[in-house]
Ligand binder design. Structure first.
Ligand code: MLT
Length: 312
């Protein structure tokens, strides 16, 4: 690809708030950052849905400061010669930490325990109330010795799997694309599930770390739940559409699924008392936002200045 000559200032548009250190990557002499530009050379975006946006002919690149690109019409962009980047791995540690936090918190009823303890306001002497009325309903389970199934062994799944071993869990992994033996930096102590059905049937806890595709939309459905152990715990910090929420609500109702932690609640799930909905917090740390912004900005700058396409 030929090197692009930057005769005038190059315009970068940002959608959503991109961390300032990312924008600093663009030197003021050659670049303008214009959040309202209608004909930018490149766009850096977080979660904004770009499907309904008119893309100006001038646009050469779009970078997602995050892993998933399901908010970007990638095929359309590719046809038009617009390069699409994402930032694989840049928020992996943040997501790993929220997964392990949730895994332990749900096992020890931290979420419901806090909510219940707050209801004691005005009880006067709270200690007897806490001990007599509260404690028994919150008997938890230790995660030590339990089996964690990790679906997707990319940058997030591999980190989760490795660190769960350090928490004395048995860990099995499955990835539809990557062999467990070649997954990046995966500990050899992570066992390999030959099929997703095997992972479903062996796991006490299941966490999913795969991009949303047409093939896996609704993959957590009644058929899948039927293969799982009764009382399984499921964590979805990937995309809500991976779960058939009506089937999930039924599985939560019957106790087939004991707890469901999700970054993407819908109405069916929100009303279930054993669902733990979160407002898409997986990558919401200062560090992660900065890592993603800097990686996205460097990809765009390098592409515009040299024509190099490097998605890392
Ligand atoms: C990702 O796609 O990187 C995560 O879901 C977090 C985010 O949406 O930025």
């Amino acid at each position: 690809m030929s090197t692009l000559t930057l005769s005038k200032k190059t315009t970068i548009k940002t959608l959503n708030n991109i961390a300032a250190c990312g924008l600093d990557v663009f030197g003021e002499e050659s670049y303008t950052i214009d959040h309202d530009s209608e004909n930018p050379d490149a766009i850096i975006v977080r979660s904004h849905n770009m499907y309904n946006m008119e893309l100006d002919e001038n646009i050469k690149a779009i970078a997602r400061a995050g892993a998933g690109v399901n908010n970007i019409p990638v095929e359309d962009c590719t046809e038009r010669g617009v390069v699409v980047f994402n930032t694989p791995g840049a928020n992996a540690n943040a997501v790993k930490e929220i997964v392990l936090t949730s895994l332990m918190a749900l096992s020890r009823h931290i979420f419901s325990g806090v909510n219940w303890a707050k209801t004691l306001e005005g009880e006067g002497d709270r200690i007897p109330a806490l001990v007599e009325k509260g404690k028994k309903q919150f008997i938890g389970k230790e995660i030590k010795g339990k089996t964690l199934g990790v679906i997707g062994l990319g940058s997030v799944g591999s980190l989760v799997a490795n660190d769960a071993l350090d928490l004395d869990m048995d860990v099995i992994g499955f990835d539809p694309f990557v062999s467990v033996n070649t997954a990046w930096n995966l500990s050899s102590n992570v066992q390999r599930a030959m099929t997703i059905e095997e992972l479903f049937s062996r796991s006490d806890y299941i966490t999913v770390h795969i991009p949303l595709t047409n093939d896996n939309n609704g993959m957590f459905n009644e058929e899948a739940f039927n293969m799982m152990k009764k009382g399984v715990h499921i964590l979805n910090f990937s995309r809500g559409e991976l779960v058939n929420e009506e089937d999930m609500a039924a599985a939560l109702e019957s106790g087939k699924v004991d707890k469901f932690v999700t970054d993407f609640p819908d109405e069916n799930v929100l009303k279930m008392k054993n669902a733990i909905p979160l407002p898409h917090l997986g990558a919401s740390t200062k560090e992660s936002e900065e890592n993603c912004a800097v990686m996205a900005a460097r990809q765009v700058r390098d592409f515009l200045e040299t024509g190099n396409i490097k998605n890392s």
